[in-house]
Ligand binder design. Sequence first.
Ligand code: NAD
Ligand SMILES: O=C(O)C(=O)C[C@@H](O)[C@H](O)[C@H](O)COP(=O)(O)O
Ligand code: ZN
Length: 366
Amino acid sequence: MTTVPVELGTRSYDIEIADGLLDRAMNVLAPFVTRERMVVVTDEAVAKRQLPRLKASVDAAGITIHPIVLPAGEGTKSWAQLEMLTDQLLQLGIERGDHVVALGGGVIGDLTGFAAAILKRGCGFVQIPTTLLAQVDSSVGGKTAINSRAGKNLVGAFHQPSLVLIDPSVLDTLPPRELRAGYAETVKYGLIDDADFFRWCETHGADVLAGERAAQIEAIERSVSAKARIVGEDETERSGRRALLNLGHTFGHALEAETGFSDALLHGEAVAAGIVLAFRYSAHKGLCSEDDAQRVSTHFEAAGLPHGLSSAGVRADGKRLGAHMMHDKKMEGGTLPFLLARGIGETFLARDVDLEDVAAFLNSAD
Ligand SMILES: NC(=O)c1ccc[n+]([C@@H]2O[C@H](COP(=O)([O-])OP(=O)(O)OC[C@H]3O[C@@H](n4cnc5c(N)ncnc54)[C@H](O)[C@@H]3O)[C@@H](O)[C@H]2O)c1
Ligand SMILES: O=C(O)C(=O)C[C@@H](O)[C@H](O)[C@H](O)COP(=O)(O)O
Ligand SMILES: [Zn+2]
């Protein structure tokens, strides 16, 4: 088993990674089980595919699982589902010292984490991520949220989990499209500040997507180590360091808003297209080379991911996309800092970008 620590003082926790770990989950979950019942929040697909494995391990320890099964998909990050979930947790008598388990992808993790943040002003929670996206990104770092009518993740809190349990074998039941979407957030770490990892992705990305376990484990370990490092430097995105993890997201969230936060464009797909747009805009401004922007685009295309507006199924309408961007949480005094790049592995936060200029760029972007 590999342990990656997330160093956050009194809020520190471990990420435990091992193939088959779900089948012996109680080995690492035991310290967080304070009652003879474990409340597990999951979605319909994960309940069928992976919950039985967790249940077997928990049953064997004489603990009963109480599952709360929610609909699958982005629509579940909503006020309605948050209300239903918190009502159920209150009915179950969850106390502040209890831990609720989130078994699922980023949707279940973000929603359960937010419910845990506000339930009785904060109870514990554990992340058991079951998508590649959640294993490389969303389960770590404590960003929890639901979507609001105005946009993505606009209602939420920073609330760290007490443990992240990662079993790459759960990826065997994940649909290929979801695996590809998660891969986009993996590549992101290379593009932020680790050109060597991006080269690794160019060589081994196909193995990750083909289900080759050693490649998947390396991708997960390198990703969560990068995320733990960045989150440890700037837990609540105040210094600008953590904002690097938002590479491609200002564009990406606007694309998600345009497609109605639906299955038409998954979050990871929007991030892939958004990253390419961020590199293309950087090249357009003379900040990075056209070659680097093309290399990024080529890699996402080869991975079967959107790599611009048309492949994301979104019209080149700078005004509409710019309007979505106005809701970005990075807004500072009416201006929007953008994650741009000087090259592969050289992302930075630019505070002097004119949103009108970005909109004009998008009007003629592909
Ligand atoms: N908090 C963060 O730091 C952070 C980071 C990145 C993304 N996110 C959020 O994460 C969400 C996307 O997460 P996601 O891509 O995991 O989507 P998701 O949670 O919707 O899961 C994708 C689909 O895969 C299914 N599924 C999950 N695990 C499975 C398995 N092992 N086998 C079979 N099916 C399985 C789910 O039922 C769902 O239909 C977005 O809302 C995004 O905003 C949050
Ligand atoms: O953990 C972070 O910080 C991230 O930005 C990770 C992103 O992949 C994730 O999608 C996050 O939820 C986006 O953050 P937001 O603050 O723009 O909602
Ligand atoms: Zn993301």
